[in-house]
Design a binder for this molecule. Structure first.
Ligand SMILES: [Zn+2]
Length: 85
């Protein structure tokens, strides 16, 4: 097992990217300016570029990649060959 702390991936109304680690918000990608946050500002939970401060009301759990809806009518990989039935 890698020595990683458990964290929950979250978004801000579907935009940006952040993590909740031990109750702290780590802002990785700003939902306003879509810039990857400066490394030093990630643990501060705010954007280094536009000074965005996350609103707790906007935080949503990021949807898991694999789920009951995965692969249902969503074409994310147009280069994939269509198999012979
Ligand atoms: Zn920003």
């Amino acid at each position: 097992m890698p020595n990683q702390q458990p964290h929950q991936s979250v978004t801000f109304r579907g935009r940006g990217c952040a993590r909740l680690v031990r109750g702290r918000l780590l802002l990785d990608v700003c939902p306003i300016c879509s810039q990857r946050n400066a490394r030093a500002m990630v643990p501060r939970g705010r954007c280094a570029w536009c000074a965005y401060v996350p609103d707790p009301a906007d935080i949503e759990s990021a949807r898991p990649v694999a789920g009951p809806l995965a692969g249902r009518g969503v074409a994310l990989d147009p280069d994939r060959d269509a198999g012979p039935g």
